[in-house]
Design a protein around this ligand. Structure first.
Ligand code: NAP
Length: 292
């Protein structure tokens, strides 16, 4: 199966892991920089894809600054929607396959049941809307594409909640973290594996992938500090106080409930999904090894 595969956003936390996974499997991976394939210039994105004509494309490039997007709606739309759509149209033109990464933020979080792929989207933020519109643009241009929605992403590469908590825990005695947003922390290594399985099975359509289980940001922070302490990270913080979102105001509204139903991907690919806490421990061990 290995052939040529174009991975966009390779410098990001997920893209980095996807490149590593696919290269290990023997794919010839093409990973352009932002200068070579700038998603703020949709025409350049299409031109690059048409020049490379990779058998498969994985789109991990995105405008991901959720709060900043509220004041940069134009850039978020260009990168997450317009360029994603142009990329899909280019791939359709030469007959390639595309996997496009999306987010739990396409939902409004008003549910109390895990969201299925066919559930109605209703994004609450500029970022969420740009991603939802991006999904539509991709599917309009290339109906055989895969849309992979994931959530609460962290990895050893790049900035994320785990690394922020580790830094704050080493600096402060006391942390305050919101407890009324619930979701599933998901390791980039696990997402990269799911992506490679979707490619191997030549899947198409919308899929949800996260780790198993659910927690709040407060529960996640508490677990990070506990496991980090056990693994020998410096943890000065003794307590993590649970606070409501109203005490941590941010420009963008986040869904209160972000749990995604992953039965479809498990059943279609015979994929077993690790518990979020086991993956957290694996990621922390890797960070510890790198630091050592
Ligand atoms: N992070 C999360 O919690 C989360 C949750 C759900 C879904 N997702 C989705 O997962 C995917 C990957 O996210 P991530 O967490 O890996 O994001 P990330 O670490 O912020 O990486 C984003 C990537 O997009 C690239 N990019 C941004 N603007 C660009 C532009 N104008 N032209 C070309 N490339 C550009 C970045 O390149 P530079 O290095 O040059 O900036 C980087 O490689 C996205 O589709 C995101 O919506 C993320």
């Amino acid at each position: 199966m290995p052939g040529r595969i174009l991975v966009t956003g390779a410098s990001g936390q997920l893209g980095h892991e996807v490149v590593e996974n696919l290269a290990q499997q023997g794919y010839e991976v093409i990973a352009p920089t932002r200068q070579q394939m700038n998603f703020l210039v949709p025409g350049q994105v299409a031109e690059y894809a048409l020049a490379v004509r990779a058998d498969r494309v994985v789109n991990c490039a995105a405008y991901t600054q959720v709060d900043k997007a509220e004041s940069e709606a134009g850039d978020a739309h260009t990168i997450n929607c317009e360029s994603a759509g142009r990329l899909a149209a280019a791939v359709a033109e030469y007959g390639g396959r595309l996997l496009h990464v999306s987010t739990d933020f396409v939902f409004d979080g008003a549910s109390s049941e895990p969201y299925c792929e066919q559930d109605e989207t209703n994004p609450l933020s500029v970022y969420g809307r740009s991603k939802r519109d991006g999904e539509r643009a991709v599917m309009d241009a290339l109906p055989g594409a895969v849309i992979l929605r994931t959530a609460w992403v962290y990895g050893a590469h790049g900035n994320n909640f785990v690394k922020t908590m580790l830094r704050l825990a080493a600096e402060r005695d006391h942390l305050r973290v919101v407890s009324d947003q619930v979701g599933t922390p998901t390791w980039t290594r696990d997402i990269a594996h799911a992506i490679s399985e979707l490619i191997r099975h030549e899947a198409s359509g919308v899929f949800h992938f996260t780790a198993a289980g659910q927690t709040s940001w407060h529960g996640f922070a508490t677990a990070i500090l506990h496991e980090a302490g056990r693994l020998g990270f410096e943890v000065k913080a003794k307590t993590v106080e649970a606070i409501p979102t109203s005490e941590y105001p941010a420009p963008a509204t986040r869904p209160a409930w972000s749990v995604l139903d992953t039965h479809k991907i498990q059943d279609s690919l015979s994929l077993s999904i690790p518990d979020w806490r086991d993956s957290l421990v694996s990621m922390l061990k890797e960070l510890r090894t790198c630091a050592g």
